[in-house]
Design a protein around this ligand. Structure first.
Ligand SMILES: Cc1cc2nc3c(=O)[nH]c(=O)nc-3n(C[C@H](O)[C@H](O)[C@H](O)COP(=O)(O)OP(=O)(O)OC[C@H]3O[C@@H](n4cnc5c(N)ncnc54)[C@H](O)[C@@H]3O)c2cc1C
Length: 388
């Protein structure tokens, strides 16, 4: 069994003793489900009523999971990580705002990032999420094939124009663009739009990447159908592979509205689905590019083995590993140290506005107890090694 990820000296090389202690403290807190529930409620209340908690959030959970408030703030972190061969993706993580002005602001920020990263090898991708560019309810209405009103049609045209502006800038500057995936009931509209962009911009190589959430049992079939269409029309497919972050919400909605649950029946089926799609894409690499977004050690070792036993180089630009900043450094830094393409999603934005992102991370680490235990086990090993 491969032990690459157990090297804690490499994994935590960038963490000072006090940062390591903070990480230990944070994961201990996050592991405790009632505490996360209470902490989340108190934080929401405190921010709403303008209680002075920003400083506390900033020096604890924010600094652990985010790069800074602005792109410039993130640069010292980005440079340090790049010194260890770990790349970054600047992820403007402001969520939950639903006005046109905000969507335009997110688009402009994404365009600025594309300009900003042009000359920076440390930042090989740009990224945005569909609901950063348009209202969830509008994506949903289109996904459900419902008739739009005249003003909704105009609103949708503006969403399409935002995608187009960002994709064409990515194409011109040669910066691949990752587009996240969200709730299944709005995703079809985003997927269709992303497919059109792939057709337009992925003729020679992959610029536009969609995302496959492999907790959804329909995604392999979707990918195979997309592959057929891409072959016919002569373009390449870029996909970020993830398991999916909205499982509880998905299951609850399916039960409430009495339709078939779109999520695999259990964790083992999701894992199998993930690995099957990874292998399918890898065996069709001439038509595809893979961004493997996971903290799962088995899936990461499997991807490593696929590359190792193939004709492709570890540094092939179609093969990427990705983790979130503040999580699974043992995977990212050991892979980068071994010469693979690795990038961290580095969230940034005003403290108050990235709270939904931070709360999702806290809740995810609570529900994925195994992963938090693993983080704690590795931090403990490193503390011992450093004799802290
Ligand atoms: C770089 C990067 C980008 C990401 N982008 C997105 C994105 O665009 N959209 C998005 O939704 N998420 C995204 N995520 C989050 C991701 O979907 C997962 O929530 C997270 O990474 C945990 O999954 P895992 O593969 O790392 O690990 P694991 O810990 O092995 O898997 C946990 C995941 O397995 C699934 N699962 C758990 N229990 C069950 C069960 N009982 N039945 C079925 N499935 C189960 C869930 O998806 C859960 O999140 C991203 C993650 C990374 C690292």
């Amino acid at each position: 069994m491969n032990k690459l990820f157990n090297n804690t000296e490499v994994a935590f090389a960038l963490k000072s003793d006090s940062q390591l202690e903070r990480a230990y403290f944070l994961f201990r807190m996050i592991k405790n489900e009632p505490l996360v529930k209470i902490g989340t409620a108190v934080t929401k209340f405190a921010l709403k009523t303008s209680l002075p908690v920003e400083g506390l959030i900033r020096s604890t959970v924010f600094d652990h999971f985010c790069g800074g408030v602005t792109e410039e703030d993130c640069m010292p972190n980005i440079d340090k990580m790049y010194g260890k061969n770990v790349h970054s993706v600047l992820d403007y993580s402001v969520e939950g705002k639903e006005e046109d002005a905000q969507f335009d602001h997110v688009m402009k920020t994404t365009l600025n990032i594309i300009n900003f990263v042009q000359e920076k090898d440390a930042i090989p991708f740009a990224v945005f999420k569909p609901t950063g560019f348009g209202r969830l309810a509008l994506y949903q209405k289109i996904s459900e094939k419902k008739e739009l009103t005249q003003s909704e049609k105009e609103e949708w045209d503006r969403v399409v124009a935002r995608y187009e502006a960002v994709a064409s800038a990515s194409y011109e500057k040669g910066i691949p663009l990752l587009i996240d995936a969200e709730e299944s009931w709005m995703q079809t509209a985003a997927d269709d739009l992303i497919e059109q962009l792939m057709e337009k911009y992925n003729k020679e190589k992959v610029i536009v990447f969609g995302t496959l959430q492999l907790y959804r049992h329909d995604r392999l079939d979707y990918l195979k159908e997309l592959h057929e269409r891409a072959k016919k029309k002569g373009y390449k497919i870029g996909m970020k592979l993830v398991r999916g972050a909205y499982m509880e919400k998905e299951r609850e909605r399916a039960e409430e509205l009495n339709y078939q649950d779109p999520i695999c029946k259990d964790k083992a089926s999701t894992d199998e689905n993930f690995d099957t799609v990874m292998k399918y894409m890898f065996s069709n690499l001439e038509d595809m590019a893979i961004f493997n977004g996971t903290h799962n050690e088995e899936s990461s070792y499997m991807f490593m083995d696929l590359i190792e036993n193939s004709k492709y180089l570890k540094t092939d630009p179609r093969l990427w590993f990705g983790q979130l900043y503040g999580m699974s450094d043992h995977i990212s830094y050991n892979l980068a140290n071994a010469g693979y393409n690795v990038t961290k999603y580095l969230p940034f934005g005003p403290v108050k506005d990235v709270m939904p992102y931070l709360i999702r991370r806290a809740e995810e680490n609570t529900s994925v107890a195994g992963q938090t235990n693993r983080e704690l086990e590795l931090i403990t090993a490193e503390k011992k090694r450093r004799k802290l």
